[in-house]
Design a binder for this molecule. Structure first.
Ligand SMILES: NC(=O)c1ccc[n+]([C@@H]2O[C@H](COP(=O)([O-])OP(=O)(O)OC[C@H]3O[C@@H](n4cnc5c(N)ncnc54)[C@H](OP(=O)(O)O)[C@@H]3O)[C@@H](O)[C@H]2O)c1
Length: 245
């Protein structure tokens, strides 16, 4: 896989950064995106220290114009694209009756529309190359639901339907499209959850520990490797036994 070219959206911290690090360790050149330019640049320097090229770009995946710029950046620096990891995601948690329209729009636009916009651009390059690996980040809550996460779980369930349909459209073109449904992974996103709720979640995990970004990164490495070339349209559950798909 050395020399392949990848995008990791939301690669500036958390799961996305762990994925970008793992790709760089394999000699894969990476572009990471995020909203905070300073954080993106410092993450890119750390990722590049693994020995491959890493560029950072401030790009909001929910905005078609930013995604267009991102793919111009890909063409300029890489000329081709082998791997797209649709990882950028946000939560705006609240009980349904307190959900505001702007929160609904923000989560759906980042998590779902962002995945659609980046995939559409990536597919244009990958279809020409007759090769591509796309991995989308879903979540265990797409399957089990979670009180207070109506918008987020809807967005993550939508990603699964999207993944399956794109996989079928491009199955004959050398492009695989799969999703990963993480359980509870320790990152800034989950650090915000109140301690009491975290304890409840921990009690629901048969392995008795939270997952790490590395657990997700290792699954990504499998899904982009030749070992998984006959796997498409699937969701891989990485959750310590929290939900058995
Ligand atoms: N942590 C978990 O337990 C868990 C479980 C299931 C699924 N997931 C999914 O895994 C993915 C990564 O989660 P995480 O826990 O690593 O989250 P995180 O620590 O909050 O990091 C989110 C990343 O997404 C970027 N981002 C947010 N909005 C963006 C936008 N509009 N355009 C571009 N980038 C944007 C952030 O950039 P900035 O740094 O600039 O803000 C950051 O790099 C998400 O899709 C999440 O839903 C996480």
């Amino acid at each position: 896989m050395k020399g392949q070219k990848a995008i990791v959206t939301g690669g500036t911290r958390g799961i996305g950064k762990a994925i970008a690090m793992a790709l760089a360790e394999q000699g894969i050149d990476v572009i990471i995106t995020g909203l905070n330019e300073e954080r993106a640049n410092s993450a890119a320097a750390e990722i590049a220290s693994k020995g491959s090229t890493c560029h950072a770009l401030r790009a909001d995946v929910s905005k078609a114009k930013d995604v267009e710029e991102l793919f111009k950046f890909v063409t300029k620096h890489f000329e081709r694209l082998d791997i797209l990891i649709n990882n950028a995601g946000i939560t705006k948690d609240n009980l349904l009756l307190r959900v505001k329209e702007e929160d609904w729009d923000a989560v759906i636009n980042t998590n779902m529309k962002g995945t659609y916009l980046c995939t559409q651009e990536a597919i244009k390059m990958m279809a020409r190359q007759k090769y591509g690996r796309i991995v989308n980040l879903s979540s265990v809550v797409a399957y089990i639901g979670n009180p207070g996460q109506t918008i987020y779980s809807a967005s993550k369930a939508g990603i699964i339907g999207f993944t399956r349909s794109v996989a079928l459209e491009y199955a004959k073109r050398g492009i695989t499209v799969n999703a990963i449904a993480p359980g509870f992974i320790k990152t800034d996103m989950t650090d915000r959850i109140p301690e009491k709720i975290k304890e409840q979640i921990l009690s629901m995990i048969p392995m008795g520990t939270y997952g790490t970004g590395k657990d997700i990164a290792k699954t990504v490495l499998f899904l982009i490797s030749p070992d998984s070339s006959y796997i498409t349209g699937q969701v891989i559950h990485v959750n310590g036994g929290m939900f058995l798909g």
